[in-house]
Design a protein around this ligand. Sequence first.
Ligand code: ZN
Length: 162
Amino acid sequence: MGLLDIFKKSPASCDLPIIGVAESACPHCNTLLQRKPAKKTKCPQCGKFIYVRTRPQDQLKVLVTEQQADLLEEQWSIIKGTHEAYLAEKQKIQAERARLAKLFRAEPSENDIKWGLLGKDAMEHAVKKGGGVSSDSSDNELFCEGDGSISDSSPFHFLEQC
Ligand SMILES: [Zn+2]
């Protein structure tokens, strides 16, 4: 017993719905695939994207739709204990999507949202640093002293995309 017990299947994972196709079949149209894809692939039958994710309950690689990939990501966050951060990030993305949709008068793409958020984060960091431009150049006379605490602990990371 001991430390290893912590890594055993957590009780939380038992309550989560089992998602995904463990066989080599499209999660959209159930067409059997010649080979089980190892990464994001387009279904030759229905043309929709098939995502490959690891299922927390049995650690199996499963084929999922984009929505199911999101659900699996949420399940992982519950198991890892980062569900709150996950939800906060989701909320941030939704707010950004709404903001950009208003700005563009059209539905923004995932990339627009990603870059919109990156831009925002960069601005927040710049403000925190007192507007100073950071530079590695030793010729830089505007040597920044300050408290020197450049935030490297952004709680947000972007969704893994393959
Ligand atoms: Zn299909």
